[in-house]
Ligand binder design. Sequence first.
Ligand SMILES: [Zn+2]
Ligand SMILES: [Zn+2]
Length: 368
Amino acid sequence: MTSRQIIFVALGGAQAVGASCYFLKLGDNNLLLDCGYGSTRGIRFAPKFSALLATPYLQDFHQVSHVVISHAHLDHAAALPDFLELNERAAVYMTDLTREILFAQLEERFTRLEENISSVAFLQKIPLPRLKISFHQAGHIPGAMMTLINFRGKNILYTGDYSTFSTQLVGAALLPDVPIDILILCGLHARHPNYHRYGDSDAALKKILHKIYYALRHRKSVYCQVTQISKGVELITLINKFLPQAELFIDERVMGIVRRFENLHIPIMREQNHPLNVLPRAPCVILSTMPPPVHSGLEIINGDFSLHDDFAATVEFVRRINPKTCVVVHSPPDKFFHTGTTLEQVLINDPDSRTSFIFPETGEPFEL
Ligand SMILES: [Zn+2]
Ligand SMILES: [Zn+2]
């Protein structure tokens, strides 16, 4: 085996969302990109770490020296304690904000890991033997970063989840100013040609705001259930901005993250925002991660929305970077349409594109 070899194995989150964890071997360096949980029908699962030991590329988990956590969503970070049980020496990199948001979600399981974690800042460079690693703003959620690795003259960019649009809380992704040879793309909508965002904001977010507006106008209270607690913070900011008169009650789990943001001097709360510990009087908005109470008479709203680029933006992103190789992960097939059109099929017809695509399955090794 030569030490120039670049090997990629997805251990989870390959052609699916959940348990994102990607092994990257760069010569003698072994890294993990993300380490998250997945869940099917409420049952949680970790990445298939053991798949690595079935390859010729790793004999012992202690050979993995570094883990990079792109952002604080649980599908990218929540299995970190599981991996550190296999390798208590691994150094873990993440931004301060990612660490704060993660600690707010996984407090007890994370406090033991404190000593493994090094905070990194955007544009900070970390020199390792024969590797240079730097981090870049990814958009998506506060603290999210892209990871750029330079190995023997090749530039490898791992996007993590990213957005090329700005959200209520964070600016758009800022790409590093170097040519990229290998792009490891978290392409949530790379196989969803019918998924479009409209203008600068998600249609689902506009719908949520409209529903809240009309319910409050009819003097009804609204119960808005969010699927991820960081999305709760996004909604608070949005409601405060567009419906400033609304009385907003926030559940304890979302409040946990709000406090972490405020500790880092990112103000979220306003006068009309309250922790949800008393039963509020109508009309108001209740923001919660819990399922709504039955027969409550509340207007129930699904508070889910997307913080990802749509299909067209994903195509444009890869076209602009024009890598030699694009490894597409975090990329579930289209549930509703079976047109079969993918990012790859669009760019194959583009004479300026030089990209060849890999859609890896879990456990399948690729030499890049
Ligand atoms: Zn995410
Ligand atoms: Zn994700």
